[in-house]
Design a protein around this ligand. Structure first.
Ligand code: SF4
Ligand code: SF4
Length: 436
């Protein structure tokens, strides 16, 4: 077992995973009303294909993707469509949503398992697309696009690093559903014509590594790679460098170096999609933080209000902040009525002791942000140029290579909001390119 990592930058941050990592995933009841956003992925929103007053079955497609970079959405309960209207999302923005009154029956089409070994690349991609599978690690990028890479691919990597503090949903899935994960990996390998599949897991999860090694013992072309515990080990470019020693070029894609990367839960969803034809209507999320009474991993239907999920976990005390996703790359939850969406990996209900506020004190030129940046950037300067509107200078100095890991902000003794400034600068640079 190796102990691989990326060579440049990175850092060690507290894991805070003990409260949930040993608790089996628990399914929570479906919501009384499911609020299913028609936009919960990277790319174009869906068009509703149901009408108010119509009945839907569990797993039925209710939103159709009309563009290539998009993904259909499915009913997460059976019942009646009572409204199609705008509702708030986690970040406070609004999206059109299909609202279904749950009849409590979970009426669904019968499942039929199919042998995928003879399916063509395009047939697998179509099944993944039809099921609405997207990157479940947080990015929400449609998976069918990734399985049709622009260049030949020899390796599929599964990102089992889960390097964000608190989050343990992938940890639990790897322990509880190793065979389904490996099946998903094999389907992805078949889809892209890869000759090897590798699951990268940080070595602080020895029981996961053991279980996965046992599960893939018979498969010579699938293996587990032990990774050093270092943030952001699970970032795509860092994972590729650590496991394969390949460097994705600036502005490039993993396919440029012959691989694709998928999240653990995405691979499990691929198995459901291709073997069983099941639309993606539920996922596992971690609910953790000192201000939630019973932290755990929950199997939750898409469209369940965040408040219901927290209530299922015993409710909350007096949180200082509620974060969607991990603490390093997540975002503040603005509305507790907002629904769970496909890319949501965690809900963190944090006490004031768990939060470090940005103070934006003067830079003391200590270079800690530079030393830790995994992309070899100069976060202090990039943030300054963004704040001053010097976007050309920021672009010339590779602001678009920033992977928004927040490590620079985390290590800065002046508590400067470096990553936030850089994100804002990137948006302007991206918008400028789009406008041209
Ligand atoms: S947020 Fe960007 S600039 Fe900051 S450490 Fe991460 S990659 Fe580097
Ligand atoms: S870590 Fe903070 S204080 Fe140190 S150089 Fe970077 S921005 Fe300045």
């Amino acid at each position: 077992m190796g102990n691989k990592t990326f060579p440049r930058g990175g850092g060690h941050i507290p894991h805070r995973k003990d409260a949930t990592k040993n608790k089996p995933v628990m399914a929570m009841p479906a919501p009384q009303q499911a609020v299913i956003p028609l936009s919960q992925h990277a790319g174009a929103p869906c068009r509703p294909v149901v009408k108010v007053g119509g009945r839907v079955k569990l797993g039925q497609k209710i939103g159709e993707a009309e563009q290539y970079v998009s993904a259909p959405v499915h009913a997460s309960v059976s019942g009646e469509v009572v409204e199609i209207t705008e509702r708030p999302l986690l970040d406070g923005t609004k999206s059109m949503c299909v609202i279904i009154e749950n009849d409590g029956l979970d009426e669904a089409e019968p499942l039929v398992a199919q042998d995928y070994s003879r399916l063509s690349v395009s047939q697998i991609a179509e099944l993944i697309r039809e099921a609405g599978v997207v990157g479940l690690g947080g990015a929400g990028f449609p998976t069918h696009v990734k399985v049709e890479p622009p260049k030949p691919v020899d390796t599929v990597l599964i990102n089992g690093a889960e390097c964000e503090p608190y989050l343990t949903c992938d940890h639990r899935l790897m322990l509880e559903q190793p065979h389904k994960l490996i099946e998903g990996l094999k389907i992805l390998m078949q889809a892209v014509g890869a000759r090897q599949g590798i699951i990268g897991v940080e070595v602080n999860k020895p029981e996961v590594i053991r279980v996965l090694e046992q599960a893939c013992a018979e498969q010579s072309y699938v293996r587990v790679a032990g990774l050093k515990v270092k943030y952001p080990q699970g970032a795509e470019k860092q994972l590729i460098k650590a496991i394969l020693g390949r460097e994705v070029p600036s502005g490039g894609l993993p396919a440029d170096v012959g691989c694709i990367v998928q999240n653990v839960q995405t691979a499990v969803a691929v198995t459901d999609a291709v073997v069983h034809g099941v639309g993606l209507y539920q996922r596992v999320i971690t609910v953790a933080g000192a201000a939630v009474y019973d932290p755990r991993n929950v199997l939750v239907r898409i469209g369940t209000p965040i408040r219901d999920v927290i209530d299922f976990c015993g409710g909350m005390g007096n949180p200082a902040a509620i974060i969607a996703g991990g603490p390093m790359t997540g975002q503040l939850v603005q509305d507790l009525t907002a629904p769970v969406v496909k890319p949501l990996s965690g809900i963190l209900v944090l006490s004031k002791d768990e939060i470090s506020y940005e103070l934006n004190q003067p830079c003391i030129r200590c270079a800690r942000c530079i030393d830790h940046c995994p992309m070899g950037l100069q976060p202090n300067f990039l943030a300054d140029w963004s704040n001053k509107g010097l976007y050309d200078q920021a672009e010339r100095n590779h602001i678009m290579d920033c992977i928004e890991c927040s490590l620079c902000s985390y290590v800065c003794p002046a508590k400067r909001g470096l990553c936030r400034s850089i994100q804002a600068g990137k948006q302007v640079v991206r918008a400028g390119k789009t406008a041209v």
